[in-house]
Design a protein around this ligand. Structure first.
Ligand code: TXA
Ligand code: MG
Length: 332
């Protein structure tokens, strides 16, 4: 298949909308990561997403909408908490898991009776949804298991020849995927941490917010690992290289990383070091996936990464870092 590279002008967005409406696949920018979109209400179209990504079929996709009224098309229950979160964080990097209507096909939700819904902040994403005239199911536009794409080049590397079109835009401003929050229980629960934190949501709703207890915990060998978002159980974000996370006081971490690096280099290994300011976790979120892909391009043998404090956005970046390192943490 020849993949067309489209621009963000009106004519190209109209064409991209037509491709989606006709059951095709279009990758498009959002403020978090690039998405791989199909008509969320067309099971054959959504099936193609799973094929193009090599994605396990029990992993539900997020359904993207362009205005709040579309939420009622997907769910029969809109609670005051959902309205409050929508008003505060939409358009933006928040996905709400809500009971689904029968109009949403099984393949879109991985056979769950809920659906994840998000209104993206990126103007192009919303223009595409409007042009298509339907809600758009879109996982991140990477091959399954690879780091999520934060630039159009990442999307081209993974998806060229596998999908109908890719909309070229600038790098994603946030860089990690949306916060996924389950709104079906008594208290909301964070299933995937993101740029919008538990503390943010707790402040907005004035109540406790639960966090899936499996997040950022190493799965115990022999014990079934069952995070509440099906996608969180899969191997994810894996670079080609091995990876070690160093955790501890900054100076001790620096020293241990320097030592490890010198030793590896003396053995002729290509070493990549990933280290961010402990205060500027937004930059870490913005850079991390791109850094993993860069390490692959550089044919790194080993990635040495400094842990971030596990609070706020740091917790969200650490969630990705732990997965990409296969939970290989060295405490120093
Ligand atoms: O920022 C994002 O959310 C990006 C952009 C493109 O919007 N999309 C994204 O989609 O990251 P994906 O498919 O790569 O990740 C969706 C995550 C998975 O872990 C999936 O299991 C979970 O959300 N999820 C989706 N629907 C769910 C549901 N109904 N119940 C529980 N988890 C759900
Ligand atoms: Mg993904």
């Amino acid at each position: 298949m020849v993949t067309r590279i489209l621009s963000e002008n009106e004519q190209d967005l109209r064409l991209a909308g037509e491709i989606i409406a006709a059951g095709g696949l279009v990758a498009f920018p959002t403020e978090t990561v690039y998405g791989l979109g199909a008509n969320a209400l067309d099971p054959d179209a959504v099936r193609k997403i799973y094929e193009a990504k090599g994605r396990p079929s029990d992993n539900p996709t997020i359904v993207h909408i362009a205005d709040e009224s579309a939420l009622k098309q997907l769910t029969w229950r809109v609670t005051p908490d959902m309205q409050r979160l929508a008003r505060k964080y939409w358009p933006g990097p928040l996905t709400m898991v809500v009971p689904r209507r029968d109009t949403v096909p099984n393949v879109t939700t991985g056979n769950l009776d809920t659906v994840g819904v998000r209104m993206p902040d990126h103007v192009t994403a919303r223009a595409l949804i409007q042009a298509a005239g339907c809600p758009i199911a879109a996982p991140s536009a990477n091959l399954s298991g690879k780091p999520s794409p934060t630039t159009v080049e990442h999307v081209i590397d993974d998806m060229d020849g596998r999908i109908d079109a890719i909309i070229r835009s600038t790098p994603c401003t946030i860089g990690i995927e949306s916060t996924v929050i389950d709104m079906t229980g008594e208290l909301p629960m964070i299933l995937r941490p993101g740029f919008i934190t538990r503390e943010d949501v707790a402040r907005t709703l004035g109540k406790d917010i639960l966090v899936d207890p499996t997040l950022n915990e190493k799965p115990e060998p022999g014990v079934e690992f069952r995070p509440k978002a099906p996608g969180m159980k899969y191997k994810h974000y894996a670079p080609e290289a091995d990876m070690i996370i160093f955790e501890g006081e900054t100076e001790a971490v620096e020293a241990a990383m320097d030592e490890e690096r010198a030793e590896r280099e003396s053995l002729g290994q290509k070493v990549v070091v990933i280290r961010y300011s402990q205060e500027d976790t937004e930059t870490a979120a913005h850079e991390f996936f791109a850094a993993l892909r860069e390490a692959d391009k550089d044919k790194a043998d080993i990635i040495l990464a400094a842990a971030l404090p596990q609070e706020g956005i740091g917790f969200s970046v650490m969630n990705r870092m732990l997965k990409s390192a296969g939970y290989n943490v060295r405490k120093v």
